[in-house]
Design a protein around this ligand. Structure first.
Ligand code: SAM
Length: 381
């Protein structure tokens, strides 16, 4: 097995449960392989994990002991992950969230009786057969569909890929989250088909409305937030630029016997132009912020959405705004809301800050695992 020896001092982060070692932190290597053992400068064992020959992230921790990395290892990890996810009010949830479940490089999502996987590292790709066998044995799915159409794979020297790995898939898949049904396009949908990470925020937001509420759901995708609010009797309009998503949102409304309205449009233009007044505006824009420029544009989007939303909300109306990138902090989001409030002459309060649900665990020792932040603010004047 490959042995990696760290530069002096670099062992501290591993001892503090940070799961990545960068290439320039390695002093020397002994042997070969994609499964590796990590040692400190003096030769003391630290962890077992995988080695990526091309990526900047050279080593990823899979175990702080000397566990064999094989099918049984993946079965054990999946069972541990399921323990944490016992009380999820949905038959669709993230079974394994990479580093957060000590499965760095692997994402497993369950959609009713089926499963999607995403392989994010070169060594995990090499271990795919073992992973697949473990999934089939533990989760007994009708199908396993791979959604490795993820650009980050290029850093690992891997191509993007999607396709059926096991069983029969009848797409779209019908899932049930609390008392709502959704059709999920696991082949072409965003992420692996559904925003599983917003399940608790959808319930939270539905608690803010009743049959007298008027709700605008910007970036509504297939209608998640919209239908939760419509179920409470609110008058809802969902807006998204993606035609397939809007069509599925309309189907989802029908499926649940609800009468939300959906519009294919640019949300930034819509919020600027609408002359209506709302009790609740939800804004869940897409966010990729790898570069400084991309980060600036997301911060600007938060400001712009808040700037117009604050003017289109009734007194005591709520803006529920989200950011789904690690690079933007809660503090930065609050700052943008503060700027937007002063620019519009509005006084606001920040009522709640919501993070990720239990099936997307946030490890404080691995800050990169916290990406989703949503802020509920109230307009006072
Ligand atoms: C983070 S997802 C929203 C997820 C959704 N809130 C849910 O819970 O299912 C972002 C959505 O923004 C849409 N989108 C991207 N750019 C847009 C734009 N300029 N105007 C409207 N929608 C846009 C995408 O099609 C995608 O559905």
């Amino acid at each position: 097995m490959l042995k990696l020896f760290l530069k002096k001092g670099k062992e501290k982060k591993v001892k503090h449960f940070y799961p990545w070692i960068f290439r320039d932190e390695i002093q020397r290597k002994e042997g070969k392989g994609i499964v590796a053992e990590l040692y400190d400068f003096e030769g003391n064992f630290l962890a077992r994990g995988t080695y990526s020959p091309k990526s900047r992230i050279a080593f990823r921790v899979l175990s702080y002991g000397k566990e064999e990395i094989n099918k049984d290892f993946f079965i054990k990890r999946i069972k541990e992950a399921l323990e944490l996810r016992k009380n999820i009010p949905s038959n669709a949830y993230r079974v394994a969230f990479s580093e957060s479940d000590l499965l760095s490089g692997l994402i497993i999502d369950k959609y009713a009786e089926g499963v999607t996987v995403q392989i994010r590292s070169y060594p995990m790709e090499e271990l795919k057969d073992e992973v697949l066998k473990a999934i089939v044995e533990t989760l007994k799915p009708d199908f396993v569909y791979e959604r490795s159409d993820f650009k980050g794979r290029r850093d690992e020297g891997l191509k993007e890929f999607k396709g059926l790995l096991y069983g029969n898939l009848r797409n779209p898949v019908l899932i049930k989250e609390r008392d709502l049904k959704f059709l999920v396009d696991v082949k072409r949908g965003l992420k692996t088909g559904f925003y599983l990470d917003q399940k608790d925020n959808r319930a939270y937001v539905s608690g803010l409305v009743d049959e007298n509420s008027k709700v605008l759901d910007l970036f509504c995708y297939t209608g998640g937030f919209s239908l939760y609010c419509a179920k409470k009797g609110a008058k809802v309009l969902g807006v998204d630029i993606n035609e397939d998503a809007i069509n599925l949102a309309r189907e989802n409304a029908k499926l649940n016997g609800l009468s939300a309205e959906f519009l294919q449009a640019n949300a930034f233009d819509f919020i600027q132009e609408t002359t209506d007044r709302y009790d609740l505006i939800i804004a869940d824009p897409p966010a990729i912020a790898k570069t400084k420029k991309e980060k600036e544009s997301i911060l600007w989007a938060i400001w712009k959405l808040a700037y117009y939303s604050f003017q289109k909300l009734k007194r005591f109306g709520r803006l529920f705004i989200c950011s789904c990138t690690y690079q933007i902090s809660v503090e930065e989001m609050v700052r943008q809301l503060r700027f937007a409030a002063t620019d519009t002459g509005k006084r606001i309060i920040v009522k709640e800050v919501n993070l990720q649900p239990i099936d997307h665990p946030y490890l404080p020792t691995f800050p990169e695992s916290l990406y989703l932040k949503c802020i509920d603010s109230v307009v006072l004047n």
